[in-house]
Design a protein around this ligand. Structure first.
Ligand code: IMP
Length: 184
């Protein structure tokens, strides 16, 4: 089954390819982009991107929107994660949490898929905590400061396969694979 992954983030493309390739999908990467609307939920952002891409006739495709939700910051940066990353960055998030002992957080991922003319979304979530300082050189985005529950390492200190096995995106990709296999 051929699926085009739409993202301008090479880290995401690698994770999709790695996870779905092993599940028997033929993955193509398209570096298209869409305007991320300001919305309250990842689902709304994903739905908006899908309708922006619809006229481009890209065939069967999937894209995702993800966010880091930090409890001590009232869920910030959440749907504003991309903006927060490119403005205050990891150091800014750590500064906002300076002195906070409550460090619980979660990553959420919503994948939108257009398959044989039908559109649907699937979701995945990974609970964890914000590290006191960045660690690790792998991954992308906020990976160096996110420690998934049950682990002592950040996502950036894990291999892609280990991260995919537990991450928000990895879980959403599993749901995507299950849904697609039910449709063929
Ligand atoms: P978006 O889904 O590309 O809008 O991502 C929002 C922000 O969260 C970007 O700054 C990403 O780098 C970051 N982000 C998304 N997914 C992950 C992840 O799996 N690990 C770390 N950061 C992520």
């Amino acid at each position: 089954m051929k699926l085009r992954i739409i993202t301008s983030n090479p880290g995401k493309a690698t994770e999709f390819r790695r996870a779905l390739g092993g599940m028997g999908f033929e993955i193509e990467h398209a570096d298209e982009d869409c305007d991320e609307i300001q919305a309250d939920t990842l689902q709304e952002v994903v739905r908006s991107c899908m309708s922006q891409l619809r006229p481009l006739a890209l065939g069967d495709f999937a894209l995702d929107d993800s966010g880091l939700f930090i409890d001590a910051l009232g869920g910030f940066p959440g749907v504003y994660s991309s903006y927060a990353f490119s403005t205050i960055g990891i150091e800014g998030i750590l500064r906002l949490m300076d002195g906070d002992e409550e460090r619980s957080a979660r990553f959420e991922c919503c994948i939108g898929c257009s398959f044989r003319g039908e559109e649907f979304t699937v979701e995945g979530r990974c609970d964890g905590a914000i590290a006191l300082r960045p660690a690790g050189a792998g991954g992308f985005g906020f990976d160096p400061i996110f420690i998934p529950s049950g682990y002592e390492k950040t996502f950036a200190e894990m291999s892609i396969d280990v991260k995919n096995g537990i991450s928000h995106r990895g879980r959403a990709i599993q749901a995507l694979s299950g849904t697609l296999k039910g449709k063929v």
